[in-house]
Design a protein around this ligand. Structure first.
Ligand code: ZN
Ligand code: ZN
Length: 230
């Protein structure tokens, strides 16, 4: 199971790219999130033709803003290639579909929707209302062999995710979590809250401007790990 980020910035830090990653799971390539900088990055690095599945944590623009472009590009330049959009719940499938239909008229021409249970080892945690008020968000858990990889999505309440992880069977677990250095920003996990879990998990922070990192932060940032970034 390999993860490589296409961007590690927050919604207003396009210089670092919108947070998104490509993961290889069960021999398939899965795109985690598709914000507005993701399409150009996929083209630049010639990665678009590898896409098998797309999975969205939520429908904020820095996580879904170039989804329609990606689908159109695959279809027109990839001989009718239709990446599969995986969905955690029926309600969320309908939200993605209406969002896409405004842009594509009939999105099902360019993609196929399948429940996330399609992939062995892929599960989710419903994090509704824990990033933005009354807003649907999800975290994803990916397991293969003896490894577990956790992708928080945008989540202010990291304790909720860690409490859930504590209920799972023990496995080597790496958590990729959004991180904020601003105590006023309740939509993302504050770095000191994340630091409290570092003794239990291998943890990396993303969705931030790395230059804003305070000197006492001990959570390593994805941005500083060359092996984790395109
Ligand atoms: Zn975001
Ligand atoms: Zn968000």
């Amino acid at each position: 199971m390999q993860i490589k980020f296409l961007g590690t910035g927050g919604a207003f830090e396009p210089a670092y790219g919108n947070s998104a990653a490509l993961v290889e799971l069960q021999g398939k390539n899965l795109l985690l999130d598709a914000g507005f900088t993701v399409y150009p990055k996929l083209i630049q690095r010639n990665l678009w033709h590898q896409l098998d599945y797309i999975l969205l944590t939520h429908l904020h623009n820095d996580h879904c803003g170039s989804l329609a472009n990606i689908l159109l590009h695959c279809f027109f330049y990839g001989k009718g290639k239709r990446p599969v959009i995986l969905y955690p719940t029926e309600t969320f499938r309908q939200q993605i579909l209406s969002f896409l239909n405004f842009q594509l008229k009939d999105a099902t021409i360019y993609t196929e929707f399948k429940p996330l249970t399609e992939i062995t080892g892929l599960t989710f945690l419903d994090t509704y209302n824990r990033h933005s008020t009354n807003f649907q968000t999800y975290s994803f858990i990916l397991e293969e062999a003896e490894e577990r990889l956790v992708y928080s999505g945008d989540l202010g309440d990291c304790a909720f995710l860690f409490a859930y992880l504590a209920t799972l069977p023990e496995r080597t677990t790496t958590v990729y979590h959004d991180i904020s250095f601003d105590p006023e920003n309740k939509g993302h996990a504050f770095y000191t809250d994340l630091m409290a879990f570092q003794n239990q998990y291998t943890l990396f922070g993303y969705h931030c401007d790395p230059t804003q990192q305070p000197p006492d932060n001990t959570v390593p940032l994805v941005f500083h790990q060359p092996g984790l970034c395109y």
